[in-house]
Design a protein. Structure first.
Length: 264
């Protein structure tokens, strides 16, 4: 994909600015403030807050900067603030930008209702309503970036919530809980015999559903598991991957929980 550099994943899968910090609580909070986590709007609207300092958390981790891709549904421009109402298929949120003298007005003027954009910013809450303070916003021209973003969201979520398998085993040693080994960070050539060389497992699942004869009704879950069980480490791992993709908005259920449709 053109001119797109994936975010690095450190610790629990969240990229961060490399700085030297001590190991005390204050340093930990500073590290959290420098994280850049790929998210969906649904995740932002479902954050928890710590009782001590009201910090936002996702998957048990403090939230710093976030990045997501969404489509602009409304724009409200004022002299001191531009508010974009954006929607990504999982939810809707207002994103606020405060104009500055050194901004690229030419690119910003191309952002109109219907434009798909990438936003980087921080989550805010006022009167029990969430919004985003925009640090950066730009149009998306290559929709492969959307696919990559969704895979990053799934990878970071699964890395954060399933970093330990049964009995304390790490994900790398757990035989049927190894989604990380099939994430976009690690999946390259699956194997010449598989017929799916060089593709990511989540994207293969999405493509199978798009091309299925029952794509409108929903593909039976057992068919997806049967096709991808061997590639993911077993039926249980394949089912977990489907559930993770549903949780993050890449897939959704059809007529019942056992029929799956693709969101994009």
């Amino acid at each position: 994909m053109s001119n797109y550099k994936p975010y690095s994943h450190a610790g629990q899968g969240q990229g961060y600015v490399q700085e030297s910090f001590s190991s005390d609580v204050g340093a930990t909070k500073r590290i959290a403030n420098h994280t850049l986590r790929p998210v969906t709007i649904k995740q932002l609207l479902s954050v928890t807050q710590t009782q001590a300092d009201n910090d936002f958390r996702i998957d048990g981790h403090d939230l710093g900067q976030v990045t997501f891709i969404a489509t602009v549904r409304n724009i409200n421009q004022q002299s001191t603030q531009h508010t974009y109402t954006v929607e990504d298929g999982t939810g809707t949120i207002d994103a606020k930008r405060f104009p500055t003298e050194d901004e690229d007005s030419a690119e910003l003027n191309t952002i109109v209702v219907g434009t798909t954009v990438r936003i980087v910013g921080i989550l805010k809450s006022y009167n029990q309503k969430f919004s985003i303070n925009i640090h950066a916003i730009r149009p998306i021209h290559d929709m492969n970036e959307l696919t990559h973003h969704l895979l990053e969201v799934i990878y970071v979520h699964v890395s954060s919530t399933r970093s330990k398998g049964a009995g304390g085993m790490s994900m790398s040693s757990a035989p049927h809980n190894n989604f990380a080994s099939h994430s976009m960070a690690n999946v390259g050539n699956v194997g010449a015999g598989s017929g799916v060389v060089g593709e990511d497992i989540p994207e293969q699942i999405s493509e199978m559903i798009r091309n299925h004869s029952d794509a409108e009704r929903g593909v039976p879950r057992h068919e997806i598991i049967a096709r991808f069980g061997q590639l993911t480490g077993g039926p249980e791992a394949a089912n977990e991957l489907i559930n993770a993709m549903v949780s993050e908005g890449a897939l959704y259920t059809g007529e019942d929980e056992d029929h799956i449709l693709v969101a994009y």
